[in-house]
Unconditional design. Structure first.
Length: 103
């Protein structure tokens, strides 16, 4: 399994706009990609901003390519997200899951 990690920031006033964009535009697209497993949005207050981490889980790197294309190391940031974020990483990180623990 591959985990795709991406970070972004928003002002507290725009944070809910990003959450809504993610849930209404991005997550539905991901659900339609073969090999998509799950996605999580993590966030924390950092000074005057909210830091977001989006972690998506995919069965294979080919599954990631199904979402992000051949330039899969570049972030996929739609204009709607760009409009509400104060900053974001242009590149993402991919990690192979090599161990885990569930109840």
């Amino acid at each position: 399994m591959i985990v795709r990690i991406w970070k972004a920031r928003a002002t507290p006033e725009r944070a809910q706009d990003y959450r809504e964009h993610l849930q209404s535009h991005v997550f539905p697209v991901m659900r339609g990609v073969p090999g998509f497993v799950r996605a999580n949005l993590w966030e924390r207050r950092d000074g005057d901003e909210i830091e977001f981490i989006v972690a998506t889980h995919w069965k294979t790197l080919d599954s990631v390519r199904g979402f992000a294309g051949d330039a899969y190391e570049l972030a996929v940031v739609a204009p709607g997200a760009r409009a509400v974020l104060s900053s974001f990483e242009e590149q993402v990180q991919h990690y192979e899951v090599t161990a885990g623990c569930e109840p």
